[in-house]
Design a protein around this ligand. Structure first.
Ligand code: AMP
Ligand code: ZN
Length: 466
């Protein structure tokens, strides 16, 4: 079976050929840590977690390196630190904000069923690598110093006669059009209005580091150079897959690609560029100002993480995803059923048909169709039950036992399991003495409590009604 992935740069689905099958390397842009992550960020984490799992399945768990960075230098972080920790020295306050937010993010995405990436580098721990790339770019004529800033020149890149890709190729923008369309109030130290910042002087009190290129005042990096530096350090000059949300294609990824290719005189930074579509809420753009905004934390208070994960994976990762309550309810019902059927099954090999769907550019929507077919077969086949369990695990589901799943739901619904069991025992006794009036009465009593019972040869089981 061939693995095929869609590449944003070439706009085609291609067979995936790792540079080194013993070490398949992927990078995904992670969170800027100043506040709770929203469910759109959750979607990005889940999508690249599925990719990570698929690669591990294909190449072996120990042959895949997944780097997801933590952006801990940002104006929003500085503002939050000053607001939340008045009186605390800014650098200390910043550390508190980033530590706390990082831990929250970690807990949230773990609850969503995401495996920890192999490395989670922090921007602030890669300043020397950033300075080194900046020095290379200046030496190569792609960047220049002006008023204590270092700027990258896309024009210089496109003028270079070499293996370099064209600036604008990833986002399909023409540099000439960008020049024509750029705002006029451009910072005076820029030679061209499309030049972007690699390094800038720090404002008083802001975190700062010794500057590159002989600049005497301390400074701080631009956002794009952070990812070029972290990817280089942990994955090398060229690696297999670079990912993130579709909003990052321009300018972030276009600029990362430009920096890395120019610094290393390379024709590419990553072989495949992958971008997840945006998540919107009830058909509207998710935004704080509209008030239709959910953090992962908000939703985890109401739903188990696997429910959120399933609701997201029903849609192909490149399509926009409309988040609705109805989708979560439906996912919850599906998971209740899967847990009941396969939660305690010995996991077998995942279904080849499901793996084939995932190998087709992570077609999780098609994978769901396969799972539903397997679920039907599992009603009468132990083999299918095992295959269903193995398939669900590959996708990051069934992380708890069937019992744990059920009791969590009971707790959430406030139903007293012991009282239910006692009523069921009374009903079984009534049925045994053929007192059907009493057994029906108990069934109604349970229904009024929100409990549905099911009789079978093995006895009576129950679940919380939805
Ligand atoms: P940020 O912390 O905003 O830099 O975003 C972290 C990751 O989440 C990036 O890969 C973003 O592209 C992605 N992301 C942000 N908002 C959304 C959204 N509404 N839907 C899907 N992905 C998003
Ligand atoms: Zn990035």
């Amino acid at each position: 079976m061939e693995l095929r992935l869609y590449d944003t740069l070439t706009r085609e689905k291609r067979p995936f050929m790792p540079l080194d099958a013993n070490n398949v390397r992927m990078y995904a842009c992670g969170p800027t840590v100043y506040d709770f992550a929203h469910i759109g960020n959750g979607r990005a984490a889940i999508v690249f977690d599925v990719l990570f799992r698929v690669l591990r399945h294909r190449y072996g768990a120990e042959h895949v390196t997944y780097v997801r960075n933590i952006t801990d230098v940002d104006d929003k972080i500085n503002e939050r630190a000053a607001r939340d920790y008045p009186g605390v020295p800014l650098n200390e306050a910043i550390r508190k904000v980033t530590e706390l937010t990082y831990q929250q993010y970690q807990d949230d995405v773990t609850a969503l069923g995401c495996l920890p990436p192999t490395v989670q580098p922090r921007a602030t721990e890669h300043i020397p690598e950033m300075r080194a790339i900046i020095e290379k770019l200046i030496a190569g004529g792609f960047a220049y110093v002006a008023e204590d800033h270092v700027l990258f020149s896309p024009q210089a890149m496109n003028a270079a006669n070499s293996v370099l890709p064209r600036y604008g190729a990833l986002s399909k923008r023409s540099l000439d059009e960008m020049i024509a369309g750029a705002r006029v109030d451009v910072a005076p130290y820029k030679r061209d209005n499309t030049d972007f910042v690699l390094w800038k002087p720090a404002k008083p009190g802001e975190p700062s580091w010794p500057s590159p290129a002989g600049i005497t005042v301390e400074g701080r990096p631009g956002w794009h150079i952070e990812c070029s530096a972290m990817a280089w350090k942990h994955l090398g000059e060229k690696f297999d897959i670079h990912g993130g949300g579709i909003d990052l294609v321009f300018p972030h990824h276009e600029n990362e690609l430009a920096q890395s290719c120019c610094a290393f005189h390379s024709d590419r930074m990553a072989n495949v560029w992958m971008h997840n579509g945006f998540l919107q809420l009830e058909s509207e753009k998710m935004s704080k100002s509209l008030g239709n905004f959910f953090t992962i934390r908000d939703l985890l208070a109401e739903w188990p993480g696997e429910v959120l994960r399933l609701a997201m994976l029903k849609t192909h990762y490149r399509s926009p995803l409309d988040w609705t309550r109805k989708a979560a309810e439906e996912a919850a019902r599906t998971l209740d059923d899967w847990y009941e059927v396969a939660g305690d099954a010995e996991p077998g090999l995942p279904s080849p048909a499901m793996v084939e769907a995932l190998y087709d550019d992570l077609n999780t929507a098609q994978a769901m169709a396969v799972l539903h077919g397997l679920r039907s077969a599992a009603a009468s086949s132990e083999q299918s039950r095992k295959e269903l369990a193995g398939s669900l695990r590959l996708l990051g589901f069934l992380s708890e036992s069937a019992d744990a799943w059920k009791s969590r739901k009971q707790q959430a619904s406030g139903i007293d399991a012991a009282a239910v069991e006692a009523l069921i025992a009374e009903r079984t006794a009534a049925r045994a003495r053929k007192d059907f009036k009493e057994s029906d009465r108990i069934r109604d009593q349970l229904a009024a409590m929100g409990v549905v019972i099911k009789d079978s040869k093995e006895g009576t089981t129950w679940e919380v009604a939805r």
